[in-house]
Ligand binder design. Structure first.
Ligand SMILES: [Zn+2]
Length: 123
């Protein structure tokens, strides 16, 4: 096999490769919004939305935003609602999530929103 040394340009499809992923990202957000909405009436439906969102993220290699990652269980992919199927504890500047459905324990760094400066008034 010989390689053509003349500048043989392949015409690539000029569809935006990022377009699909953008849509996928939007779908993920939508699915989580739906899951939130449906949870009170049909929690099982919420779980299906979550697993759909996970499937989309895997298929299109789109990351689920970290805020949404806290909304479902890594173990059983249930949509998590504090006080319903989720217990939240604060431990050593970490949020400890305990899924009541499958007993999975997840830890997330707890970021304080207050950006307190060190008190410089030490005497
Ligand atoms: Zn679980």
């Amino acid at each position: 096999m010989e390689k053509t040394s003349g500048g043989h340009k392949k015409i690539e499809r000029k569809r935006k490769p990022s377009g699909q992923r953008e849509i996928a990202g939007q779908r993920i957000n939508e699915l989580f919004a739906l899951a939130e909405k449906e949870f009170s009436s049909e929690p099982e439906l919420s779980n299906r939305y979550v697993s759909l969102a996970i499937r989309i993220s895997q298929k299109y290699k789109v990351k689920i935003p970290s805020e949404l990652k806290r909304r479902f269980c890594k173990g059983c992919h249930s949509y998590l609602v504090p006080g319903k199927n989720l217990r939240v504890r604060l431990q050593n500047s970490h949020l400890v999530y305990y899924c009541l459905s499958c007993k999975e324990i997840m830890r997330f760094p707890y970021i304080r929103e207050q950006k307190q400066k060190r008190s410089e008034r030490k005497l």
